[in-house]
Design a protein around this ligand. Structure first.
Ligand code: XMP
Length: 517
């Protein structure tokens, strides 16, 4: 059965918050797809969207080679909302004027609404804080448009042409710093696009399963299952789509948390609740020997990532012909690997970027590539995966390999596993695990002098990390109760050999990242 759903299209002009725009639309319960600004108008028309949102972008719309779009977009009779660059471009194309501002506006700015009865400003107060980030500004609006708000430095903070259902917002309503931004986007969706807002995660799951079925046909599918939230959700989704044609390979790379290999096998293996054709590969020695002597983080990530692919490839050959490889890549992985547009590579996540040429799979399937973590969890619940698995904290593909600063050895893995197990146990006992989004112990490569009994020690320092975050793109350190930190510290030093010091990392992201490497 074809699912009928309302669609909002986000036209991507290369800004950094574009996925956030899509996410906000989905939070209003309307399905949303992102297309490049290079997508022809005909294709957009065929999708029959209820509304179109033009995103921000790095260009200056009045310069010759800047990203642009056909003016006909504004004649379709479909409501259009331009954000930042999108708002400037709409004016540039429709008779307004965009110029370089003498003052670059950046950060939290006070917005004053001039037209309180604008459809965009229902339930928005006359004054509120919004997030601005622009160098160009709209100095004059085209005929038929009306200014609906301003800020101190920005005469046109928003505008509208109600007859044509065209709207523009110079600031970024999609970021949380814009106090009423989500209300404004919701207003556009409900008041202007007239959406009924009945899209839910079950529709996403159902559509994804249908799309995977169509794509895969009778092909064989191999899934990289780590036991983490993302790959588990991807695996279960695939098993619903292709049944027996799915094989899940779980690589125990020796960089898992304490006892994790056995735990994953208990849930997803032959004695568990799922039919995944589960294969466990114990490859610790293989990974350790590849990692011997390597201390540079990117190099470690590359080695672990490549070894993973090699292991899969070998398993795939044993199965016979494999056409598709499934991975649980989610959106933050994509952005931070520099694939989300203009952004630079922060870390190369080993499960992102497609397969190198020399690998023998026809195609990669990443059903969660457009979702943020909390959305993946919702999808997991829709798929009937038990809560305790769905709400597990995330664990990165390269595992403890990136929680051990410097060279990875079997001995260091054991230290960090034991310390981490104690940390997790005490957080659980304190009943605060659900308040923290990710927490773990890492091994600093630092050794320092201590005293134990009457002896001098010269041992490692463990770093404890605990962060609060919604989407893992930004995060702040959790304020753990002192008694918990004290207890964990005492236990680690007493129970874990070769550790004589415990540090608590209070760095936020940015400037830090959540993992240490
Ligand atoms: P960072 O350290 O980049 O982490 O702030 C953001 C989130 O992503 C996880 N992470 C990874 N996940 N492969 C993954 O599957 C990776 O290579 C990887 N590196 C980091 C990290 O645990 C956090 O949740």
């Amino acid at each position: 059965m074809e699912l009928k759903q309302e669609l909002i299209i986000v036209l991507d002009f290369g800004g950094q918050y574009n996925q956030l725009v899509a996410r906000r639309v989905r939070e209003s319960n309307v399905y949303c797809e992102i297309y490049s600004y290079k997508t022809p108008l005909e294709e957009i028309k065929k999708k029959n969207p209820k509304g179109i949102i033009l995103t921000g972008g790095p260009d200056s719309c009045y310069l010759p080679d800047s990203a642009t779009y056909s003016k006909e977009l504004f004649e379709l009779g479909v409501p259009v909302l331009g954000l930042c660059y999108g708002a400037q471009l709409m004016q540039h194309l429709l008779g307004g004027k965009v110029e370089r501002a003498s003052v670059r506006e950046y950060g939290k700015i006070k917005l004053t609404v001039d037209k309180a009865d604008s459809a965009l400003f229902e339930n928005v107060p006359k004054e509120s804080i919004v997030w601005m980030s622009h160098t160009d500004y709209i100095s004059k609006i085209g005929e038929g448009f009306e200014i609906t708000s301003h800020s101190y430095d920005c005469p046109v903070a928003s505008y509208e042409n109600t007859a044509k259902n065209l709207y523009g917002i110079q600031f970024h309503p999609e970021v949380l710093h814009s106090e009423y931004g989500h209300v404004m986007l919701g207003n556009f969706i409900k008041n202007v696009c007239k959406c009924e807002c009945n899209w839910k995660m079950d529709a996403f799951v159902e559509n994804s399963i249908k799309a995977i079925k169509e794509k895969v046909g009778n092909g064989k599918v191999l899934c990289a299952l780590s036991g983490g939230v993302d790959s588990s959700v991807a695996a279960v989704m695939l098993s619903k789509a292709v049944g027996e044609n799915l094989t899940c390979v779980f690589v125990d790379h020796g960089l898992l948390r304490k006892n994790e290999g056995d735990e994953v096998e208990a849930v997803f293996g032959p004695n568990g609740n799922y039919k995944l054709n589960f294969i466990r590969v114990n490859a610790a020695e293989r990974f350790y020997s590849k990692l011997a002597g390597v201390s540079e983080p990117e190099k470690k990530r590359k080695i672990i990532g490549e070894e993973f692919i090699r292991v899969f490839e070998e398993e795939a050959k044993k199965i016979g012909k494999v056409d598709f490889l499934v991975q649980g890549t989610i959106y933050p992985d994509v952005v931070e690997s520099g694939l989300g547009g203009e952004s630079v590579v922060i870390k190369s996540h080993h499960n992102v970027g497609g397969l190198p040429d020399y690998v023998d799979f026809k195609e990669i399937i990443e059903p969660l590539r457009d979702l943020f973590k909390d959305e993946v969890r919702k999808a997991g619940l829709e798929l009937g995966i038990p809560k305790h698995l769905v709400f597990r904290q995330p664990f990165p593909g390269p595992g403890l390999g990136i929680r051990i600063i410097g060279e990875v050895t079997a001995e260091k893995v054991k230290i960090v596993q034991d310390a981490d197990a104690i940390y997790r146990e005490e957080i659980d006992k304190a009943g605060i695990s659900q308040e923290i989004n990710q927490y773990f112990a890492a091994l600093t490569n630092m050794r320092s002098v201590g005293v134990m009994g009457d002896y001098r020690t010269y041992d490692y320092a463990i770093a404890l990390r605990a962060v609060k975050t919604i989407d893992f793109m930004t995060a702040e350190a959790a304020r753990l109760p002192w008694e918990v930190l004290e207890k964990v510290t005492n236990r680690i030093i007493n129970e874990v050999d070769h550790v004589n010091r415990v540090l608590y990392d209070i760095t936020s992201k940015p400037p830090g990242t959540i993992e240490l490497e």
